[in-house]
Structure formats: C-alpha cells, structure tokens
Design a binder for this molecule. Sequence first.
Ligand SMILES: NC(=O)c1ccc[n+]([C@@H]2O[C@H](COP(=O)([O-])OP(=O)(O)OC[C@H]3O[C@@H](n4cnc5c(N)ncnc54)[C@H](O)[C@@H]3O)[C@@H](O)[C@H]2O)c1
Length: 321
Amino acid sequence: MRNGFTPQPCHDSRDRTEATEYDGVSAEGGDRIRRVGVIGAGQMGSGIAHVCALAGYEVKLNDVSVERCEAGLATINGNLARQVSSGKIGEEARQSALRLISAAASLEEMSDVDLVIESAIENEEVKRKILRELCPHLSPDAIVATNTSSISITRLASVSDRPERFIGIHFMNPVPVMELVELVRGIATEDVTFETARAFVTSLGKTIAVSEDFPAFMVNRILLPMINEAIYTLYEGVGTVEAIDTAMRLGARHPMGPLELADFIGLDTCLSIMQMLYEGLADSKYRPCPLLVKYVEAGWLGRKAQRGFYDYRGEKPVPTR
Ligand SMILES: NC(=O)c1ccc[n+]([C@@H]2O[C@H](COP(=O)([O-])OP(=O)(O)OC[C@H]3O[C@@H](n4cnc5c(N)ncnc54)[C@H](O)[C@@H]3O)[C@@H](O)[C@H]2O)c1
C-alpha cells in the first residue's frame, strides 16, 4: 500500500451515494447503478471489481476464458486478504465483497448491468471488437465506460450504439490504493451520463480529475514521456537500470524508479500509450524508444510476465541490463 486510502465498505445500496445535483443535472450514481460489469480481469479489471464490490455494488467479471476470470477472482481474494491483515478492512467486508463478485463467462451475462467498465488490453482493435459484441446484449439505459489509458473516448464511443451514454473512467494502478480517477467525456457524452459517472466514482471513495478527450488524457500525457525518456537514457548507455531508478527515487523523490514503474504498469501498455501519443499528436517527441519495442517483442512485459527491466523470477528483482 503506497498511500493511506482506505476503501469504506458499505453493503446497503441506500447508504451509498444519495442522488446528487451538479449544475442542475440530476445524477443518481448510488441508485441508478446497482450492478456493474467489468470486462478484462487483468490487474486493472480485477482492481476495479475489487473496489466496486467493497463499495457494495454487484459485479460481473468477464475475460476471454473462465480461467482468466478465476485468476482475476484469486487476485482480488489475495488483495482483500492483504487489506484485512493490514487493518484497512474487516474480515466481514472481505467476505461480503467476495460474495458480490461473480465470473461472467460471456458478454450475454451483462444484460442486467447498469454500467459496464471495459478494461481489456490497451489495443484499439480489441476494444472495438468487444464494444461491437457487447452493446446488443445491454439494456438500452446501461452506461458504457472504458478504462483506456490513451485511446480517444469519442472514437471508441462511435463504435458503440450509445455515444451519449459512453464515457472514459480512467482508474489508476493499483486501483484499491490509488485515489485518483480521470473522467473523460467524448464529444457526444450527455450531461446525465457524466454526472452519473461522477456520482458513481465518488461513491467508490475516489477523487476525480476531469480531462478533455486528448491522447493519453492528463496523467499519462505527462508520466509516459518521462518513462520513455528513462528508457532512452538506458538505451543510450547513460546509466544502468539500477542507476536510473536510484537517481529518480533519491534525486527526484519519486516513490518508484521510472523503469520499475514501467514494469509495474506493463511494458505493452506503456508502448501502446506512447504509440497513441506519437500518432495522435503527430509529434516526434513522443517516439517510443526502440528498446521498449524490443522488450515488448520479446514478451518481456514487466511484472505480469515475470520479466521486464527487472527479472522477478527469483527472490529479489534483478536488473536485466
Ligand atoms: N496497467 C496500468 O497501470 C493501467 C492503469 C490505468 C489504466 N490501464 C488500462 O486498463 C486496461 C487493462 O490494462 P491491465 O493493466 O489490466 O492489462 P492486463 O494485461 O493486466 O489485463 C488485460 C486483460 O484483458 C483481457 N482481455 C484481452 N482481450 C479480451 C477480450 N476480448 N475480452 C475480455 N478480456 C480480454 C486479458 O485476457 C487480460 O486478462 C488497458 O486499457 C490499460 O491501458 C492500465
């Protein structure tokens, strides 16, 4: 746990968010949203399911296979258990949260959810395919959100059958710990969708920063070029993995070095975000470092693959360069 954020368990939907009024638009995050579908049970999808269930929402978790869903459920179980042992939540809250989450073997099972949060891999084609297949199964009123780190909300919304009920809800990693959520509306997102999403995110105990729909939004627009530059620094032999991470931890007071952080995010995700910045803003300053490309091509995707700028297969992470 890197900060003091403690999710507050609440198991009675009436206790969640009261209907709220923002600029004259009524939003009913707590009442309108009861069931949440999460697509993608990786590190982000499992984290989103975790915080939603702790806040009292029923959650259906989908991935490409039942095994992936079960791996996501196992991660959630382990992370909830860690929160119990560190005193952040009680055992009862852990058990109630687990009872609220179930695996959804197919997208058809999303027919009764009020909000779907798409959190599959950062690949536009994959996300477009999911949205095309998902929307016909949803209730007409359901809101569709994406947790994309960098892809245009407007472009993804245009694939759906409901651009006015489509929004970007961008959680930070690890979701149970990080307080911030970026909220991004597409060109067609209706006010009521925005306000409902705002009330929903607030009911999770998160703080919102509103971003315009530009490549990589705010946090990653600033963070990823720094990580990419750290990889260039390694590529050009200015420093070793260890030296670069130590330099930024102790010299700039970053809690994690940039290469350690890249491994934590996932090098495939880092590369996709840099490509989106490079193409979306048509500026060579965002050119992904060839060394990042090479690591992704090798399947060295960071922590989730046990190897990236560090090798995690032993007792202690060992730099790979
Ligand atoms: N990693 C981060 O730090 C971070 C932070 C914020 C947002 N995000 C975004 O969250 C999303 C997920 O990233 P992640 O880090 O959890 O990646 P991940 O690799 O840990 O998990 C992605 C999951 O998507 C699943 N998937 C792939 N195709 C699918 C399909 N067709 N249907 C359902 N599931 C499918 C994979 O099986 C995998 O379990 C991405 O859009 C990413 O940009 C990531």
